[in-house]
Design a protein around this ligand. Structure first.
Ligand SMILES: [Zn+2]
Length: 327
């Protein structure tokens, strides 16, 4: 099995009423934790790399680690793990081209900060090059609030996707999937306290996702795969572990998993999850350091951190995305 595009994955996900998890990767432990979960659950997988991750780890390291995960799946589990390698938030044609030339099977061109016309022009340019090389493309309409690596959008600059634009955008660009903004947000602080209510435990409850926009978009684009970014749930048990072990993350809040589960049964075929893995990793390491102040071997604290990544990914595959057993 080699690296595959998301075309077949999305087709089956759309028809089957589930979504594929797209998890961000930066290093070996994260890649291992995610792929071990996917192998155990026999789940199709998208590993995505942001431009920041590519700068941090370098393209070749990430590609070789992903190839190693595919070899490991074959050798240890006898399983052909289908992995799509995707560029998250490509912002220029040159970056997308470099990833396509370097073996990615999917790229996102995020022209959502441009005018509608310029977004179409840039996206079209990437689609032409990508399709010539057997690579698929994700575009974006509407802007998510929050911070993700180089992407930083304030709440005032954020905007929901306008359903009346989607048909023209897809027809003129030829994109294979479309990221839309329906109220998800990047990072671990998705909403300010003022945007939320508080439940009886004092935990922030965010405003619900705009399923009406999602429904209108999918009516206008029948059978077309939709993507949700910024879809971490920011599990409060991780935030608690971090805060109890020297961290300081007050009022970190995410998207409730029931809403993501609902989205996964609709036209949404790809759900991006990054912050939850960061929280699992950080919580685990903070707790380990607190409990073992004399330890200094990275393997000692990275091993439980990797196991925690596997656990949270497994939970997402089974209980949120519904893609367990679909590979
Ligand atoms: Zn994103």
């Amino acid at each position: 099995m080699s690296i595959v595009t998301s075309k077949e994955m999305f087709k089956k996900a759309y028809e089957g009423g589930y979504a594929i998890g797209a998890f961000n990767v930066n290093n070996m432990e994260i890649i291992q934790g995610i792929t071990e979960a996917a192998i155990e659950e026999k789940a199709p997988l998208i590993l995505q790399v942001s431009s920041g991750a590519r700068k941090y780890a370098k393209h070749a390291y990430l590609m070789k680690l992903i190839e190693a995960a595919i070899i490991d799946a074959e050798e240890t589990a006898g399983f052909d793990l289908p992995i799509c390698v995707h560029l998250d938030h490509g912002d220029t044609f040159e970056l997308c081209k470099s990833c396509i030339d370097g073996g990615f099977s999917s790229v996102m061109i995020d022209g959502s900060h441009h005018t509608f016309e310029d977004n179409i022009k840039l996206t079209r340019q990437v689609v032409e090059y990508a399709h010539d090389h057997g690579v698929v493309v994700e575009g974006e309409l509407g802007r998510l609030a929050g911070i993700e690596d180089a992407v930083n959008v304030s709440a005032e600059d954020a905007s929901y996707t306008r359903p009346e634009e989607v048909e023209e955008f897809v027809a003129k660009t030829g994109v294979d999937s479309l990221a839309i903004a329906i109220g998800t947000s990047h990072g671990a602080y998705k909403f300010t306290a003022a945007q939320c209510t508080r439940n009886e435990k004092g935990i922030l409850v965010p405003p619900p996702l705009r399923f009406d926009i999602l429904e209108e978009v999918s009516k206008r684009l029948p059978g077309f795969p939709i993507v949700l970014h910024g879809a971490s749930s920011v599990p409060q048990e991780f935030v608690k572990i971090i805060n109890e072990n020297g961290g300081k993350m007050p009022d970190a809040v995410g998207i409730p998993e029931e809403q993501l589960r609902q989205a996964a049964t609709s036209a949404v075929c790809k759900i991006n999850i990054d912050s939850d893995l960061r929280l699992a990793l950080t919580g685990s390491i903070r707790q380990y350091f607190n409990e073992h102040p004399d330890h200094f071997d990275p393997r000692q604290y990275l091993k439980p951190a990797r196991a925690n990544i596997k656990k949270i990914v497994q939970h997402k595959l089974v209980n949120v995305l519904g893609c367990s057993g679909k590979a």
